[in-house]
Design a binder for this molecule. Structure first.
Ligand code: CA
Length: 412
């Protein structure tokens, strides 16, 4: 850690030291934005309720430039930005824009997207619904499971999500129907934006893996469970996931999260130790608090549905990156990794409705008495995430929101 982590550090930016929003000078997440009346995307960094325009002030052309930097240069850039926002230089305020005056875009051009399945509790809870009696596949504790997602349908927080059509099985014998999904769900996840990456054929070791992660965001892997149930064997999810994935606009850097790194949750003694290439990451878990809020079109205020900590994951981000590249598969700046649904041991920790309602058998009861087995049209889903500990500045990951739109009408 360096001076940019000092919890007593103050900024000259108006309102920056109140830390109401969780974006104090110790956070400094990157974002991509457009100014009102301009079509030109810019790189920015958020400080409380302002964005510092990095394209104007630091001549950084794009967020991609930052993502491509080697770790040491990335750390140096953060220290320079921190110093710029700490010691006032006359005229520096001309580079600030109020956050409400910018259009936030996807933080990067995401070239590739892979979604893991790293929570043991999520895998067990979902597995027991799909395969009662043998919820966990025999490979689960050996190999970090993932599927290749679709980068083209990743959208920024706030983008409405249209209910997808798909093939849905009616019963065991009859043919499926092609219809709007009825079992639409969210998944509470953390996303990792990849930095420099590796050349084809050159794996990244578990020890160096986090040098290749620039920062984290919130991710909602929208899922159509009825489409998924019919299509997922033998090659995994496909159209049940690829219609939309929402992410939050802030790349909260690994450097900002440094004070919240923890030893991963110990494996029970009866579990196998990971194979050597997945061992020895050290303090690779991140103590990020996650909450899922739901608001139907008839509710004024959203209700809290679940909460969990990212530190409870069975596989760490470092293990995911090491495993992903272990066959020589290259990762590039702007690639995105999803952690998989973050669930924990208690019912209140279940990170999707499939788990929370036991496959729809125990619906949620909303404050107005309505029930939810799965999402209905007009429902808004809000993920929130932050890090907090005594003596440290609160580091927010912001929010990731999306509202469900009705399915397109049937073709005539
Ligand atoms: Ca997922």
């Amino acid at each position: 850690m360096d001076e940019s982590h000092d919890p007593h550090l103050k900024s000259w930016v108006p309102g920056a030291n109140t830390s109401q929003a969780g974006f104090p000078i110790q956070n400094l997440p990157y974002c991509r934005l457009r100014k009102a009346g301009s079509s030109q995307p810019r790189a920015g960094v958020r400080i409380e309720n302002h964005i510092l325009d990095l394209t104007e002030s630091f001549s950084i052309e794009s967020v991609h430039t930052i993502l491509s930097l080697p770790k040491a240069e990335r750390v140096a850039l953060r220290r320079r930005i921190s110093a710029f926002l700490t010691a006032y230089t006359p005229g520096a305020e001309r580079y600030l824009i109020p956050v409400e005056d910018v259009e936030l875009m996807l933080p990067a051009d995401i070239g590739n997207y892979t979604d893991f399945f790293a929570s043991l509790e999520h895998a067990t809870n979902v597995g027991s619904l799909f395969r009662p009696g043998s919820p966990l596949q025999p490979n689960y504790k050996w190999v970090p499971i993932a599927y290749h997602g679709r980068a083209s349908s990743i959208v920024i927080s706030g983008t409405p999500i249209r209910r997808p059509w798909g093939q849905i099985a009616q019963n065991r014998e009859g043919p499926p129907v092609f219809a709007p999904a009825r079992r639409l769900d969210y998944e509470v996840e953390v996303g990792a934006l990849i930095g420099p990456g590796n050349a084809l054929g050159e794996p990244i070791s578990v020890h160096q893996a986090l040098d290749h992660v620039v920062g984290l965001c919130l991710l909602n892997d929208w899922s159509a469970r009825d489409i998924q149930t019919w299509e997922y064997q033998p090659l995994g999810p496909f159209l049940s996931k690829s219609f939309a994935t929402s992410i939050s606009p802030w790349i909260v850097t690994i450097e900002a999260l440094e004070p919240f790194r923890r030893a991963p949750r110990p494996r029970p003694p009866s579990d196998p130790q990971p194979l050597a290439y997945l061992q020895g990451g050290g303090y690779d878990a991140f103590d990020i608090q996650l909450e899922l809020w739901l608001r139907s079109s008839r509710m004024e205020e959203a209700m809290l549905v679940s909460r969990a900590s990212f530190a409870t994951m069975y596989w760490t981000l470092a293990q995911m990156v090491a495993h992903h590249t272990s066959n020589g598969c290259p990762m590039r700046p702007g690639d995105l990794i999803g952690s998989g649904t973050v669930s924990g041991p208690e019912k209140e920790n279940r990170g999707c409705l499939l788990e929370m309602t036991s496959g729809g058998a125990e619906p949620l009861v909303l404050p107005d008495g309505a029930t939810r087995a799965f999402l209905e049209d007009g429902d808004e889903v809000i993920l929130r995430g932050w890090c907090e500990a005594p003596g440290l500045a609160k580091i927010s990951l912001g929010e990731c929101r999306g509202t469900v739109l009705p399915a397109r009408p049937a073709a005539a």
